[in-house]
Design a binder for this molecule. Structure first.
Ligand code: SAM
Length: 290
């Protein structure tokens, strides 16, 4: 691949998905995009770039899709889910006793292991949430991963990564060599395609936002921009949860770390944050009642 083609693809990816590739990632582009080019009957990356310059939005979407990293697994890093189940969710339940509703956004849900891990935690709290309205929204830029997430079907390898065996037995049904999440857990998660670079304010306000292992791919300016917009969608006493390699520290003041809960952040109220006393529910919301 020649340098101008590489620079063209770098810019295209940054503009369309936020992916910020360093100057030496030609091999990554080659390994992900050459199969795509060949499948489309093109000889090499150069021909793919020519096609992209023709402005086909379908091809741009395929390129963006091919370059996303969708790595995920159930209860990834374990500790955030322990905190979620043992302290964060109980605290939110107490704080929402009058409203009896909770909204959770999984902002880069990939193939579903993260939003369904949250759904299983919520399900385990059913006794305390009887009659409550709990909404879990999983979004991702990639339609392909969303389709897999909706189906809730996983391989033996995928269910062996992070999922406690008791949860597998309790919440999944075996179909041949695969495992499918039971319909009641699948029904707890709504799916929407959403690019974090675009306006997401229409989703309404959230009590908890999981936005893990996606901002690592973005440059500093984009991270700061997204943190600002996330802060404006959070309830003042809500929580933002980031991945193990991510932080707001040194980037923005709109969130502050929550003491003794690594990876959890609270809005500091400096972003013109929600400041709401109640939640704004988007139209046609399909929250599950527990
Ligand atoms: C590495 S996975 C992380 C999945 C999950 N949050 C976890 O921590 O296990 C990153 C996900 O972010 C999605 N993604 C990448 N760029 C995005 C963007 N601009 N907007 C929304 N999602 C994006 C990818 O499609 C991918 O599914």
């Amino acid at each position: 691949m020649n340098q101008p083609d590489y620079e063209y693809l770098r810019k295209l990816l940054k503009d369309h998905s936020g992916l910020d590739l360093s100057a030496d990632k030609q091999y990554l582009i080659e390994s992900r995009l050459l199969p795509l080019a060949r499948k489309a009957g093109l000889a090499d990356i150069g021909e793919l770039v020519q096609k992209l310059k023709g402005g086909s939005s379908a091809v741009i979407a395929q390129v963006v899709e091919a370059m996303t990293t969708n790595e995920t697994f159930f209860f990834r890093d374990k500790v955030p889910f322990d905190h979620f189940r043992d302290s964060i969710l109980p605290e939110i339940i107490k704080a929402r006793a009058n409203r009896r509703s909770i909204r959770i956004w999984c902002a880069a849900g990939s193939t579903g292991q993260e939003p369904y891990s949250l759904a299983m935690c919520v399900k385990e709290m059913s006794a305390a949430l009887s009659g409550w309205r709990v909404e879990i929204i999983a979004t991702d830029i990639s339609q392909e991963v969303l389709e897999k997430s909706k189906a809730g079907i996983y391989s033996q390898f995928e269910v062996q990564r992070g999922l406690p065996i008791q949860m597998l037995v309790k919440y999944f049904k075996q179909i041949g060599e695969l495992w499918q999440l039971n319909p009641d857990i699948r029904a707890m998660v709504q799916h929407r395609q959403l690019n974090l670079l675009h306006d997401f304010s229409q989703l309404g306000a959230f009590d908890i936002i999981f936005c893990r292992n996606v901002l690592i791919y973005f440059d500093q300016e984009m991270k700061i921009n997204i943190f600002g917009r996330l802060a404006r969608m959070m309830e003042p006493d809500g929580f933002l949860v980031l991945g193990a390699a991510e932080t707001v520290v040194g980037l923005t003041e709109v969130f502050k770390p929550f003491p003794e809960r690594r990876g959890f952040y609270r809005p500091s109220g400096t972003a013109g944050a929600a400041g709401r006393t109640g939640t704004t529910w988007p139209k046609a919301s399909a929250a599950a009642r527990l």
